[in-house]
Design a protein around this ligand. Sequence first.
Ligand code: IFM
Length: 471
Amino acid sequence: MANDASAVSDALSPAVSNNSLVDPFTPPADSALWRKNFLLGAATASYQIEGAVNEDGRLPSIWDTFSATPGKVLAGDTGAIACDHYHRWEADVELLVSLGLEGYRLSIAWPRVMDAAGAPNRKGLDFYRRLLNRLKEKGVTTFVTLYHWDLPQHLEDRGGWLNRDTAYRFADYADLMSRELAGTVDAWATLNEPWCSAYLGYGNGHHAPGLANDRFATQAMHHLLLAHGLAIPVLHANDPVSQKGIVANVGRGTANSDSAADQRAAHLFEVQHNAWILDPLLKGAYPQELFELWPGTEPLVLDGDMRIISAPLDFLGVNYYFRTNVASDGAHGFRDVPLEGVERTQMGWEVYPDGLRDLLTGFNNTYQNLPPVYITENGMASDDQVIDGRVDDTQRISFLKRHLAAVDQAIKAGVDIRGYFLWSLMDNFEWAFGYERRFGVVHVDYSTQKRTIKRSAEWVAKFLKERKARV
Ligand code: IFM
């Protein structure tokens, strides 16, 4: 199937729409999913799709360095070409518009738009300007993440997120971007998933820059959050009408037994994954339980930092994928106890939609000042193959339906949720797993760059069409 608008109407042939596996999603009549102002979109990120890593003055990022290091990424894959979106962006915009997606969440590659002295790289900036202008022309709501993990390598060479100065360099970058791109962006997110940047990048070394030290992880986390807090007023000053927020990955932890020790383990899991980010943002303090559990891991926090970090947010982006079942591990807090016989994805992650609902309602109870929420990522990987021109990803359709239903339940329980972005628009570079894991609703053949709309994308398009007809 070609990546043009007509492909979608072809894809919605009666033969397909009659199949029970792709039946129209019909949420109840009172569902928030029918509301006009509930935004439904798709997300991607710069390093995962753009390619063109040496073009138009782009500087190396930590992911170029990391993925070029033998043994760090499955099959030695790198983002050098990825989905070649840097060259194919016009067709990709047509594709997402043809699916009827109302919102698009993308990220800017910091090393593409700023040189090592902090001066703008006009060619890189023009790429995003053209892309965002086109999206606006097409009526697509734009969510732009400033940092989705591709730190310029020259900043890592000076300590990266372990160096407090990186937070100030990030504020400079946010300043440049919001001065240049104001008017084309509906919502700015400062960071994507600071927990992953800190823990996978500096705590266990599974991600770039590949360092492994508990104390590094907490210090990197503090500097990431400081960077976020420094950027928020800058974004407000330069682009007052857009929304400003941050995107956090959140994890549901459930206890392996009713024992008090396992219940506490589940609580600690969620403190470590969720409160670690949400408390400083929304309460202006780190959860002390963590540092009591793991003495010596407190980050160095200077006077005034927590006030900067807890700057008011217009929205909170929530990324949710799976739950983790845990048991007590004594002095270590908790350990994973994988459940047997549950549904899993290609990543091995459990499919657990209730976790999304439970986390959202829990946050709403815990944080009186919880800002409006967007689900900024939710989706699954499957080993999708093109057979006779089609990709039959029925598990993904079911996954999306069940998670949308969980979002609806959370809204009914009183959580102010304004939208949902599926991850991802297209298959892409899945970090340490390279190209093997496929998260897209559009299949990418990496040898030809041919895009093929999967059945999940057909389903999304069909649902959005029905929704448009109703609202
Ligand atoms: O692909 C990633 C994305 O970059 C960040 N959130 C999780 C996704 C799936 O692992």
